[in-house]
Design a protein around this ligand. Structure first.
Ligand code: AHR
Length: 341
């Protein structure tokens, strides 16, 4: 009887000790995990990104590229804000990034002007600002560190040069050529650059009549609306220059509805910008004559710039992304297959 009781006491004691060890070890384990999580969180680079909106397929691809780059696995904590095409929303977002004391601010300025004050505030707070996609028009360039984006003027020149060559090939280089231009958001770098670039080529040709340029805000709906007014106003349009693919989609719909034809075998030549997958399909089937690429995959470039800044290396004031020109001759199945946006 006595033996039985002492045996149970020993077992009970052992169980008690084991439970205590487990509890102690468990709490230590949790503390370690918490500490580890805390350290990781602190080590992460906090980036505030103000995207200007989601007006186009290009923009969606640009947003995805940024979100895929600034991941927790890559060591970042991303605060993303969509300004829905409004500069005031971008200003608010940037100010909130400043008050949250992020490590870097990245933003894609909807228009070029009106940024001095907020950039000054970021500079005073010691937060480096990186421009993405578009540029700002400021006197003091030290207000931002660098800009990663496209050479929009070069894109406009490419469109003009393509038209020059095409008209020579068609033996129409001395014929009167009527052109209408659908422009993107007024005052944006992409609108300013593409207009200026195309203009430098156009002014060398007295026979190129630019009938009208009108803003269609980089959207398909507006593109269709503006194109309809052009078609009513001008019965003999030869060329449409549309400053992005979304406007092009709308414009093509309007032209087809009016009973006219487009593209390689049509009445109206279509020159577009961006080269998103849907538009490249239209280049391949001859609906769009030429598409000047604008590369939205800027996330990787931004990562590299931040790596350099973290390593205290000097960065350039401008980094241009790589871009091509697509016609029916070079839109291969390989190009189409590789297009994720
Ligand atoms: O700034 C880049 C331009 O903005 C792209 O061409 C257009 O699609 C986007 O909305």
């Amino acid at each position: 009887m006595f033996r039985k009781r002492s045996y149970s006491l020993i077992v009970f004691g052992l169980l008690l000790v084991m439970t205590m060890i487990l509890l102690l070890y468990g709490s230590r384990l949790f503390t370690d995990i918490e500490e580890e999580a805390h350290i990781t969180q602190e080590d992460r680079i906090v980036v505030g990104v103000s995207q200007l909106g989601s007006e186009s397929g290009w923009r969606t691809a640009n947003t995805e590229s940024v979100q895929q780059a600034f991941t927790q696995q890559n060591g970042y904590f991303l605060i993303f804000h969509n300004a829905r095409q409004k500069q005031e929303n971008q200003l608010k977002a940037i100010r909130s990034f400043i008050s949250q004391r992020v490590d870097y601010i990245i933003f894609s300025p909807v228009v070029e002007t009106g940024w001095e004050t907020v950039l000054q505030e970021a500079k005073q707070a010691g937060i480096p600002v990186i421009l993405m996609d578009r540029n700002v028009d400021v006197e003091d360039e030290s207000l931002y560190v660098t800009c990663v984006g496209s050479d929009f003027e070069a894109e406009g020149v490419k469109a003009g040069r393509w038209l020059e060559k095409e008209l020579v090939q068609q033996r129409r280089s001395s014929e009167s050529i009527n052109i209408v231009i659908l422009t993107g958001t007024e005052g944006s770098s992409s609108q300013i650059g593409r207009s200026a670039g195309f203009e430098t080529v156009a002014e060398r040709h007295a026979n190129w009549n630019i009938l009208e340029e009108k803003c269609a805000e980089f959207t398909s709906t507006k593109g269709k609306e503006v194109m309809k007014t052009f078609l009513k106003r001008y019965p003999d349009i030869d060329v449409v220059v549309s400053q992005n693919d979304d406007m092009t989609f709308g414009a093509i719909e309007a032209i087809k509805e009016s009973g006219r034809t487009v593209g390689v075998d049509g009445d109206i030549m279509i020159l577009s910008f961006d080269a998103v997958r849907g538009a490249l399909d239209m280049v391949a089937d001859g609906t769009i004559n030429v598409d000047i690429e604008c590369n939205p995959n800027q996330g990787e470039y931004l990562l590299r710039v931040i790596d350099m800044l973290e390593a205290e290396e000097t960065v350039e004031k401008k980094y241009y992304v790589e871009e091509d020109v697509f016609t029916i001759e070079n839109v291969t199945q390989e190009v189409l297959g590789g297009r994720s946006y």
